[in-house]
Design a protein around this ligand. Structure first.
Ligand code: CP
Length: 312
């Protein structure tokens, strides 16, 4: 594996399967009375978040702690960033404190790539602008494999605000690497320029795509990134692209429903669908911890053979 995880495209098929297989081992730690391994003892992981997060930040923190790393949580709010300190100076300051890995979320697409040129430790992209979110794609693939038993040949529909979604791009790249067939479904206004070059099909017709899906992944409508009118009204968007009980019935019987969170209930997904038996949304969150443990372990070269008895 590369030293950094910046893009889902950094992962070969073997790399991705190694992460998923390692995450399965890590998941067993959650069932133990002491949910801790000594594998990253003495290592320091910095969570460097310039954008809000609930799931990603807490699961990276929990993952690093379960591997016995020291964790520094840095939020741009309340830091010297508000006094004008640059990303580079912030990163070099944290590295001077001994960071072995920096987990970065930033509003600017490409920020983790810049960071990787400046610091000696590993850089893990925890979401950069509208670009990529590779660990989300890994936890989504892990969840699909756990529920459906395979990834090769799965038909996956990714639906909604593809334009602003780093989750969509990383999922398309990773699922293609792992042999799944992806269709992105959105109104024309919510598809990025260049989507034709992505390794997936493109459709505007959700009702036409749903009957073929093993997995339907609903995307959040990212209002905070919208400056202008991308659809006439929220009601109209939901009518054309929302997943409600009527549309759920169009899916094959064993198909699953995913959402990376946070959700706009009643907009891209109805509450009864989000909370229904086909929904994997809560599992995705739990799997995020195991997958991020696997990524930290593999990038930082931890020692899984070390026992857990001597963890303080
Ligand atoms: N899925 C996801 O990235 O959620 P957060 O923004 O809460 O981290």
């Amino acid at each position: 594996m590369n030293r950094h995880l910046l893009s889902a495209a950094d992962l070969s098929r073997d790399d991705a399967l190694l992460v998923l297989d390692t995450a399965e081992e890590m998941a067993q730690v959650a069932d133990r009375p002491i949910k801790k391994l000594p594998t990253l003892r003495g290592r320091t992981v910095v969570n460097l978040f310039f954008e809000d997060s609930t799931r990603t930040r807490t699961s990276f923190e929990l993952a690093a702690k379960r591997l016995s790393a020291d964790v520094i949580n840095f939020s741009a709010k309340g830091s010297s960033v508000s006094k004008g300190e640059s990303l580079k100076d912030t990163a070099l300051t944290l590295e001077a404190m001994g960071a072995d890995a920096v987990v970065v979320r930033h509003w600017a697409s490409g920020a983790p790539h810049r960071l990787a040129h400046w610091i000696r430790g590993s850089v893990l992209n925890a979401g950069d602008g509208t670009h990529e979110h590779p660990t989300q794609a890994l936890l989504d693939a892990f969840t699909m494999r756990q529920r459906l038993g395979r990834l090769e040949g799965l038909n996956v529909g990714i639906v909604g605000d593809v334009l602003h979604s780093r989750v969509a791009r990383s999922n398309v790249l990773l699922l293609h690497t792992l042999g799944a067939d992806v269709t992105v479904v959105a109104p024309p206004t919510l598809l990025p320029v260049g989507v034709d070059a992505w390794p997936c099909a493109v459709s505007f017709d959700l009702d036409g795509v749903l009957p073929k899906c093993d997995v339907v992944m609903m995307l959040r409508v990212q209002r905070e990134r919208m400056h202008g009118g991308f659809f006439p009204t929220t009601r109209e968007y939901s009518r054309r692209y929302g997943l409600d009980a009527r549309r759920l019935a169009m899916l094959p019987d064993d198909a699953i429903v995913m959402h990376p969170g946070p959700m706009n209930r009643g907009v891209e997904i109805a509450a009864e669908v989000a909370d229904g038996v086909r929904s994997t949304i809560v599992e995705q969150v739990a799997n995020g911890v195991s997958v991020r443990m696997a990524v930290l372990y593999l990038l930082l070269g931890g020692d899984l053979s070390a026992g857990s008895e001597d963890v303080a």
